[in-house]
Design a protein around this ligand. Sequence first.
Ligand code: ATP
Ligand code: FE
Length: 356
Amino acid sequence: LTFLGIESSCDDSAAAIVRSRPGQAPEVLSSVVQGQTALHAAFGGVVPEIAARAHAEKLDDCVEKALDLAGLRLDDVDGVAVTAGPGLIGGVLSGVMLARGVAIGAGKPLIGVNHLAGHALTPRLTHGLAFPYLMLLVSGGHCQFLIAEGVDRFHRLGGTIDDAPGEAFDKTAKLLGLPQPGGPSVEAEAALGDEGRFVFPRPLLDRPGCDLSFSGLKTALLRARDALVAEKGGITVQDRRDLCAGFQAAVAAVLAEKTGRALLSYLALSPAEPALAVAGGVAANRAIRAVLETVSSKVDVRFIAPPLPLCTDNAAMIAWAGIERFRAGLGDEADLVARPRWPLDSQAAPMIGSGK
Ligand code: ATP
Ligand code: FE
């Protein structure tokens, strides 16, 4: 099976071709991602109207490039998969309308994919993981623990009750005058800092379960910075490094503790091939990866981190999820609808026709 995938739920327009043959590892034949960072930079955040228009303009081009790079024509693909939600409605609609046009025009099946399911199924594309496996989705917009039980079955163990960790990294960078995206710049500073100098709160550790919170961390960091400024009129290069190191250590500690708990719930299912996989941009962070690897190995669970371009938003994960759904008989949805909100564990097949 060869599928075209289309993704436009946030600020990346993407198209990709994935091929899967029985008995062989699936292949990403092409994966094109066009970001919009420059377009939104002046506004300090993603502007929905600008995102929607940019998707409408760029997606055609992405699809053409993805086909070219794969050396295929539309006729050669067996189906079209598109992100049908959750996300910014204008962007999702641009993708769904294009995908519908392409699928109907070429007489191919059309599969609607939940963006989060795309992330959650990625370790099966890259490592052929067997169900059930534990998934930590940790990005700029999300933070949740999921047990992936089947192509269409995800059980949410817990997640952030406020900010996502990536967002916390981005806000930290902003507070300290470091470039965006904040993750890589804070990580680089943290590597040169002393994580013991500022000890930031580890929220919700006293509460049972796998829920997390990151918004308090930002407040604590702001207070520490302001205290330094009040004391000596500004912060030095070393202060900044130490603040970053303390912040990152707090995020890593919270993720490690909650991942340990999620692993215990998961292991209660007696999985045949126990594995923890990560997705999302924050999975790029080496300190965070290292603690996740440690907590998994303590309980003999394999730790999987897919290559970064497949961890962040991309269309290969959507094409792959389309293949998985198609194989599972989760069909052809010529009139699928876009859904701005679509929690993963209420994952029924996308609704057909009706507005929600
Ligand atoms: P989503 O995909 O959930 O809608 P998103 O598009 O913001 O959200 P991604 O593209 O997966 O998420 O990841 C981007 C986020 O990852 C940013 O917040 C960025 O700061 C963070 N990030 C990237 N690299 C690192 C790093 N090395 N350490 C920590 N965070 C990082
Ligand atoms: Fe995403």
